[in-house]
Write a new protein. Sequence first.
Length: 289
Amino acid sequence: MIYDYLIAPFVEFAFMRRALVGTLALALGAGPVGVFLMLRRMSLVGDAMAHAILPGAAIGFLVSGLSLFAMTAGGLIAGFVIALGAGVVARATELKEDASLAAFFLISLAVGVTIVSLKGTNIDLLHFLFGSVLALDDQTLLLIAGITTISVVVLALIYRPLVLECVDPGFLRSVSRAGGPAHIAFLALVVMNLVGGFHALGTLLAVGIMMLPAVIARFWARDVTAMILVAVASGAVSGYAGLLLSFHAGAPSGPAIILVAGVLYAFSVLFGRVGGVLRQLFPGRHLEA
């Protein structure tokens, strides 16, 4: 019984194995990025950037159809252009960067949906918005694995300045010039992981596998390294359980993965050892001097 429900789908069906590998790779690459987005109070930036890649991917679709290279290149270019444009507007005007990003991502979403609707069908539009994790091919898996590898390596290189910027950006600026390059490299990782998530989960849900595990981790750990480990584990569990839910219940795979992450989030809000509701209502005894 346990084998039939928990293991057999991945043993018997290649598309389930590909989907599992893809979601595990996304959890490993996007989870740590999400943790730093959360610690830097940039969670909504991830959502804005997820929508910002849509017009670039849509232009790639317009030119070459469902070409992996064209849509990936278009998404990366659009993401970087939107991030740069929002930063320029924020610095050249009195508009704050979050409001600037909100304006850019709403326009981007509308442009992307319009482009896809003009050339494609409703199925193509659903593919762009909600992804097709059960239809990942070898090329897409290699792309996601490559993005994950780059993310892990780059995060290892810029880990210290990222942590310092989260804790005390003023001190980092006073002792090192690494903050600026680290910030640029970090934004590049955000865009890359969102493009990888776009191919599996679509533009509307790509940020879910990045931010929900990070928020879950905040309720279970205080240390940054521990938060990263919890985020990766939460993303992996969400991917595995979401795919099983999709297989057995017939639910859409992408939303099922995010729904499982949502359940883990609700559980963490109630029972999390760091700031959970029950932990605050019934705090443990403190040692007395």
